[in-house]
Design a protein around this ligand. Structure first.
Ligand code: NDP
Length: 610
């Protein structure tokens, strides 16, 4: 026990003034607030639709339309779809068809092949089904090509290629009451039927562009990071962008994607202009090759144990050992319940609510001071270093981890254009306009992220027509309505994987795996009972929606005080379109336990099996 009487004393004293930092954070946030929030972005349709064309396939693919029937159609071939199909096959359902817009499996890792793309969650936890496939990733943090190849490995291992419909987009999905099947129509002329559909279309899958003045005027080369044009830049995901040697390149955006590709652009472009609105928080990466001896000593069950350990630590829980021991677990150890528990132990009593909040706030300032000091230590030009300092709390934006990003700003050919929170003013025929200056570029790359907060059906690209012609867009017009985040009343045999009223986790495939296992259990029970349809009852859905509304954290003071971004509805107070809106407010541990208890109870309460 300590003699400390205040939180500050407990932390060994403060070498900063919290009030000054708070004022600075709010002032920086205010610079960025804008009334148009999500409307500042333009949808990638009509004249912008070329931004989502698939650059990785050979044009001209054709096949005969399918008019057949399958047991389950899984829509989306990323990790969600792969896990769903894998768990269903393990449960003895063989007739599974994955329908995927892209030319192959992989989802986000199919599309995001930009140079430097890598996973920033530890690969031994992140890559699904490692034990099942007897595969060990090459590095602690895998590079994108290995993750894409692992996706294909899963598809091969579970025999998903034979029945898959790749390069196929759904155009219509409707429930047929008479046959109790879904009718699926596609842009390949298919009209197939499926008893079950599993929607695994991913939460950050539809690229977005900034609706800036003159976006159509620019005559140079452009593309979005999720459709990297290697024909133009040369090279591949590992870099080597040789065609850029004589090019002036501009990149708009400095989020998690830009942080990974900017070091390669800096290395190869003749000149690189980085247009920054808000700097990311850049923590230490420390990637390393997998230790073969460690891998050889892993015991059966190791991946689940590791995933659970990580998930507990990044949900604010305590573990005797931190198996992952990285930037993520460091942040959570210091900024969540674990820190509060430690402080209670030191004080010999429970913290009051106010003390706990103070501890979290002060620890956050301390952490972000470290991040800001890192920028100052690495970047030689003090004014550039100053521009790269993030002035907001750690969880206002996705934390980034990189060991070469900051150093890129020390290159003579790299210019940071700090737009002071305003974003670029506009594009001209030849370049980018910011604050009275014009930057001529041969190529402009949009690292501007993905739609969040637009409707599910807009992101999917089609509506879902359920029982009695009722559409999902009508059913969810005032917000999501599900039971356990996985199914909705009026949409029998239709299941959602991903972030629809489920719990958010740092390790997304962990959540997808829990959802897939749960649904495979539900459908196994339906099969045992000879029930052709499974549907959430209206009562169960109402109760669950109420639970979500009570536990939602999206409108909290924390997010209101954050710099705008997709976590907090782009800073629009009272707007419920942030990433965490309509999500299960409790921890993922609580959410997974809720599903586990429900399965153990066995009564299938909330679902009607007919
Ligand atoms: P983000 O939405 O995170 O970033 C978009 C960037 O574009 C921001 O810097 C934003 O600025 C900027 N921007 C938008 N409009 C303008 C404008 N008008 N002028 C100037 N800048 C503008 O997208 P990312 O693709 O970087 O990342 C999306 C998500 O993908 C991440 O949050 C993460 O969840 C995931 N990801 C995961 C990785 C992994 O390793 N697992 C790797 C990469 C991405 P502002 O911040 O001011 O809004």
């Amino acid at each position: 026990m300590t003699e400390a009487t205040s939180i500050a004393e407990l932390m060994g004293g403060l070498d900063f003034d919290p009030a000054t930092l708070k004022t600075k954070y709010l002032a920086e946030r205010d610079k960025r607030l804008r009334t148009d929030a999500n409307d500042q972005y333009v949808e990638v349709t009509a004249e912008f639709s070329q931004y989502v064309d698939d650059p990785y396939v050979t044009p001209g693919f054709t096949r005969e339309p399918l008019l057949d029937r399958v047991e389950m159609a899984v829509i989306g071939g990323g990790f969600g779809g792969l896990l769903m199909a894998a768990r269903m096959k393990e449960a003895g359902f063989d007739d599974i068809r994955v329908i995927e817009k892209a030319g192959d499996f992989g989802g986000t890792w199919y599309w995001n092949r930009y140079p430097g793309a890598m996973c920033d969650v530890e690969s031994y936890c992140y890559l699904p089904l490692l034990e099942e496939l007897n595969y060990i990733p090459e590095h602690k943090y895998s590079f994108a090509p290995e993750i894409l190849e692992h996706s294909r490995r899963i598809a091969r291992n579970y025999d998903l290629y034979d029945n898959a419909c790749l390069q196929t987009s759904i155009t219509n999905l409707s429930w047929d009451e008479t046959t109790e099947h879904w009718i699926i129509e596609t842009d390949r002329g298919d009209k197939m039927r499926a008893r079950y559909v599993a929607m695994a279309n991913g939460p950050l899958s539809r690229p977005k562009l900034p609706g800036i003045q003159g976006i159509n005027d620019y005559q140079g080369h452009t593309f979005h990071t999720s459709r990297w044009d290697y024909a133009y830049t040369g090279g591949d995901s590992y870099g080597n962008l040789t065609n850029l040697r004589d090019k002036r390149v501009g990149i708009i955006g400095t989020g998690a994607t830009a942080v990974q590709c900017i070091p390669h652009l800096g290395e190869w472009a003749k000149e690189l202009y980085i247009f920054q609105r808000t700097p990311s928080s850049i923590d230490v990466r420390n990637n390393a090759k997998t230790d073969a001896e460690w891998a050889a000593g892993l015991k059966p069950g190791w991946q689940k144990e590791r995933m659970d350990n990580f998930n507990i630590l990044v949900s604010g829980g305590d573990q005797d050992e931190d198996l992952i021991n990285d930037g993520w677990t460091d942040i959570f150890r210091n900024l969540t319940g674990i820190a509060a528990k430690l402080a209670s132990r030191q004080l010999g009593r429970r913290l009051t609510k106010a003390e706990r909040a103070e501890l979290m706030e002060l620890s956050d300032y301390k952490k972000m001071n470290f991040i800001r000091a890192r920028a100052e230590a690495v970047v030689k030009d003090p004014s550039v270093a100053e521009s790269l300092k993030p002035w907001y709390r750690q969880f206002c934006k996705r934390p980034c981890f990189h060991d070469e990003y900051l150093d890129t700003y020390n290159r003579d050919n790299v210019t940071l254009v700090d737009t002071q929170g305003k974003g670029v003013d506009g594009l001209t025929q030849t370049g980018v306009q910011v604050g009275g200056n014009h930057y001529e570029v041969d190529c402009l790359i949009f690292a501007t992220g993905f739609e969040v907060g637009t409707t599910f059906t807009r992101r999917a690209g089609y509506d879902i027509i359920g029982r009695g012609g009722h559409t999902l867009s009508e059913h969810w017009a005032d917000g999501l309505r599900t039971f356990h985040g996985l199914t909705s009343h009026g949409f029998p045999n239709c299941f959602f994987l991903g972030f629809t009223q489920t719990a958010v986790t740092v390790n997304v495939p962990h959540a997808l795996n829990e959802q897939a296992k749960h649904l495979a259990h539900v459908l196994s029970r339906a099969r045992q009972q000879g029930a052709p349809t499974v549907e959430a009852t209206a009562e169960a859905e109402n109760e669950y929606v109420e639970l979500i509304q009570q536990s939602s954290t999206s409108g909290s003071r924390f997010y209101r005080e954050c710099t705008p971004g997709y976590y907090n509805s782009e800073g629009k107070s009272g707007n419920n379109s942030g990433f965490f809106s309509d999500m299960f407010g409790g921890s993922p541990i609580k959410f997974f336990r809720m599903l586990e208890d429900w399965r153990a109870d066995g009564s299938m309460q909330g679902l009607e099996l007919r």
